[in-house]
Design a protein around this ligand. Sequence first.
Ligand code: NI
Length: 185
Amino acid sequence: MAVREVRKIGDPVLRESAAAVDIAAVATADFARLVDDMVETMHAEGGIGIAAPQIGESVRVAVIAIDPASSRYPGMTGFPLTLFINPRISVVDPTEQGFWEGCLSVPNLRGYVFRPRGIRVEFLDGSGRPRSLHAEGFLATVLQHELDHLDGVLFVDRVRDTTKLTTIENYARYWASTASAPTDI
Ligand code: NI
């Protein structure tokens, strides 16, 4: 296992449409190493999710883990460490909701992003078995942010009101009391 370099905005790998994982590859040592590196890097960077392109691997794999005990994200609903292979999202509730978002690949920036409120995600788990889950609220935003990375999309692309782009310092100074907590997804 290793903490890998997090690729930052401007790196072309973040703008590629990532390749689907061949199910036969899921059981290989190389794949296990990729997942281990993603988890270790996510934890080292203090994120609650990471997608493979963020460590330079253009494949459709993402990991999400929200620890409600983390002082970095007080008050958040927890979500156990979950591996998403070849995920596909469908919107089940298109009502828009807005959250402040940040990203390990977009240093020192927050933006206010509207996304659909309810989604369903179909994916393969770490054993290659099909799974699905329904998500609403903040978790739905986290999943959409994370899976956007697999299509080369960053949260800044979805910020409609660019006057609500802010540094972390200015988020705390001017915006923190106005809406939901930010997060690095
Ligand atoms: Ni991100």
